[in-house]
Ligand binder design. Structure first.
Ligand SMILES: [Zn+2]
Length: 751
């Protein structure tokens, strides 16, 4: 699945690499022909600071077209002047196809479509110029590494007296041939330990080594650094280090193109820390899990209900499927196991299957409602054979285990059609496979299915009835924003109105609505598409995302000319969306005139009704969740304590009936629940997801505040006074209402 930010990444990487390489800026070649990498040219790039050569440099000249593969190799080798032409050629031939590391990196950044052809087709199409290509190639596994401070990695290793010349030379050859890191090959051969390998890597590149236990995965950048990018570049954003900025944990140098781009995107310093491959993998898994958990579903509400129906059917059908690791025991043939894994995954509504080689066999995991669960351990050769079986089904090369591959399976299982997208990648323990599952056709969600609170439902309905303006949905990736917008569009009388959309990509086909996919290759981005749509006399336009200034400006202009524009924007809260728009340099008075409302949202997993049980939370956790007595009292879940509870009722008429009623009915304190785990919920205790919302209705008073560019805090308190229920409160009501758990609430809202 293309990452939401891929196009932005692509254009930034291109811009960065071009800017870095403007003539006159590149230091003259040294005697040995070595030119320092951009990363080593500007090691202490001040945040936001620009080098004088940057400023004086004119816009990067358009690169001349590449006439032939030979010319392309020539230019790549010239750019990476410490490599010979033969080395470049050898690497491209061996690893430059669409499934190679480089191909996956280009795809992750949105420079090419995944599976977008070999290196020459990419270069000849002009999508990527040889210099950008070279810049991304520089840090790929298998490419000889060079840093200014330490020279060639090969020499550095020899100088460190890690192995004999013969051993290191052989490992070096193998690493180029197999497209793997030299250090990894040495570790595999037992020449050095993993830990020592990481030490050497850190020392070589001048990065810090990741140490200590304070580090935690940082999912807040999940929108910018998607798991797809993380996997392709072998990076994990983590927090825990001293100082501000972005900390990237990797096993090697992720490459200056990526680092510089990330600096530009986040506006922060970026520090790389080196970890061992196994340490990295653990961090990556935890991070990926957190990102997808905070993204939760691409699956809209409707889908989770049908998923839960399927789960129930599954329970009735087999009644044996649970999370414990022996659930697939008794299946001894690899083809049967492969099929069983795929069948079970679809029947429980999992979105992904992961097959991960480990020291002692293969671990199989399912991703369910955004979280990864261990489902089986495949011992002995079973794991490899299952993997091979799936590769055969997906028409992949089963003899090739050292290069990443992509494949695709379409299957009818239990009466439904499913798409399985397979990707493999070599790891130190063997080949790893991930399978993304998508069901056939998706249904169009409705506002009713979002199960909004009545007043929220009314607000959204009101928004859809406006004749013009902008309505925004915001939240992390996968928080159901698009679903909310689709549901809102569904409320519009589309027979009387002309509705058009521009999306990346079109997720659900809507009736009587003209939908367009963005296509960056032909220059059709959100802004261009929106401009084109405006000429088609629409009443309502849905723009997939406002992610840049240009799109924001066109959207505002469209709304001012009498269109109702729906879109999503990256912000954590409803008032935060307004400050994001400030930052897109929309004149505040125009923004104030055009903005109708903002919906911020998250998805919370709901407790499985089949195994729901009472749960006594710790006071500490309640406090962390903000479920204090004050909150409970203020929201009518708890009666305010009376000065003397045992004394005679006070004279006030109101007190008496209230107390009597309370005594007869519910206990004074709300009861909390959680799922114990059962067959229906795959042992997780959760079944399906539900949205929580924070809906900001732009009042006249708020318009004034926006036109004066008041800060987020002011807008927030103004909105709260106006009756906006904050996200956290919506979540607390779901917890106290027994729909979700405290843990889930804290995970989604506070982590
Ligand atoms: Zn259950």
């Amino acid at each position: 699945m293309a990452s939401e930010n891929s196009a932005l990444w692509g254009s930034l990487v291109k811009a960065m690499t071009r800017k870095i390489e403007v003539p006159g800026f590149t230091p003259p070649p040294r005697r040995d022909g070595f030119r320092p990498s951009p990363a080593s040219v500007q090691p202490a790039h001040a945040p936001g600071g620009r080098r004088s050569s940057d400023q004086s440099a004119p816009a990067a000249p358009a690169s001349p077209p590449v006439a032939s593969p030979e010319a392309a190799i020539e230019r790549i080798a010239a750019h990476l002047s410490y490599l010979t032409r033969a080395t470049v050629e050898q690497y491209l031939d061996a690893h430059g196809n669409s499934n190679g590391v480089l191909g996956r990196r280009l795809a992750a950044l949105g420079l090419v479509e995944s599976g977008g052809g070999g290196w020459w087709s990419v270069l000849s199409s002009g999508v990527v110029d040889p210099e950008t290509f070279a810049e991304l190639l520089r840090s790929c596994p298998g490419v000889p590494q060079r840093s200014e401070r330490s020279g060639l990695l090969f020499d550095f290793i020899l100088d460190s007296e890690i192995g004999s010349y013969r051993d290191v030379k052989a490992a070096d050859k193998q690493s180029v041939a197999e497209g793997r890191r030299l250090i990894d090959v040495l570790v595999e051969k037992g020449t050095i330990t993993e830990a020592r390998g990481a030490d050497v890597t850190a020392e070589f590149f001048g990065y810090r080594r990741k140490r200590g236990k304070k580090w935690a995965p940082d999912a807040t950048l999940g929108h910018t650094i998607t798991p797809e990018i993380g996997r392709a570049f072998e990076i994990v954003p983590m927090t825990g280090g001293a100082g501000a900025g972005v900390h990237l944990v990797s096993t090697s140098n992720p490459g200056s193109a990526l680092i510089e781009t990330l600096k530009k995107m986040t506006g922060h310093e970026v520090e790389v820390l080196i970890d061992t491959p196994s340490g990295f993998q653990a961090s990556f898994d935890a991070w990926e899990q957190e990102v997808s958990a905070s993204q939760a579903a691409r699956a809209p509400a409707k889908q989770s209900t049908s998923a839960s129906r399927r789960r129930r059917a599954e329970r009735r059908g087999t009644g044996e499927f649970r999370i414990d690791q022996d659930s697939f025991a008794g299946i001894n043939s690899p083809p049967e196991m492969a099929r069983a894994l795929m069948e079970r995954a679809t029947s429980v509504g999992a979105t992904d299957i992961h097959l991960e080689p480990q020291r002692d066999g293969m671990r199989a995991r399912f991703r369910l409602d955004g979280i990864l669960y261990d489902v089986a351990r495949l011992r002995g050769l079973m794991g490899e054979e299952v993997l091979s079986r799936i590769k055969v089904m997906a028409d992949m090369d089963i003899t090739e285990r050292r290069k990443p591959q992509d494949g695709h399976i379409r299957l009818e299982l239990l009466g439904d059609n499913y798409d399985f997208r397979i990707a493999t990648v070599p790891t130190t323990h063997g080949e790893r496979m991930s399978i993304r599952i998508t069901a056939g056709a998706k249904e169009v969600p409705t506002l009713e299915l979002l199960s909004l609170e009545p007043q929220e439902d009314k607000l959204l309905h009101d928004f859809t009835r406006r004749s013009h303006g902008i309505v925004l949905a915001c939240g992390p990736v996968g928080s159901g924003k698009t679903t909310t917008l689709y549901a809102s569009l569904g409320e519009v009388d589309n027979a009387a109105k002309n509705i058009m959309t521009i999306e990346d990509p079109v997720e659900i086909a809507l009736n009587d609505v003209s939908q367009i996919n963005v296509n960056y290759k032909i220059g059709l981005d959100f802004a261009t598409g929106l401009r084109a749509l405006m000429r088609q006399d629409p009443n309502i336009i849905l723009v997939g995302e406002i992610r840049d200034e240009e799109t924001a400006k066109v959207a505002v202009r469209a709304s001012l000319t009498g269109l109702l524009v729906f879109s999503t924007i990256h912000a954590n809260s409803a008032p935060g969306a307004i400050t994001t728009l400030y930052n897109f340099n929309i004149p505040p008075f125009l923004l104030a005139t055009s903005l109708v409302g903002v919906v911020a949202q998250r998805l919370l997993r709901t407790i499985c009704p089949d195994c729901k049980q009472v749960h006594e939370p710790e006071a500490k956790v309640l406090e962390q969740a903000g479920l204090t007595d004050e909150w409970l009292i203020a929201n009518g879940y708890l009666e305010a304590p009376e000065p003397e509870p045992e004394s005679e009722p006070a004279a006030e008429g109101e007190e008496k009936p209230k107390r009597r009623r309370r005594k007869k009915k519910a206990p004074a304190r709300p009861i909390f629940y959680k799922g114990a785990g059962c067959d229906a919920c795959f042992g997780t205790g959760y079944l399906g997801r539900r949205g929580i919302f924070e809906i900001l209705d732009v009042s006249d008073q708020m318009r004034l505040a926006i036109s004066e560019r008041k800060p987020e805090s002011t807008l927030r308190s103004m909105a709260l006074e106006g009756g906006m229920r904050p996200l956290a409160d919506s979540g607390r009501h779901k917890v106290v209402g027994g729909e979700t758990t405290l843990d889930e609430f804290i995970r989604v809202l506070y982590q």
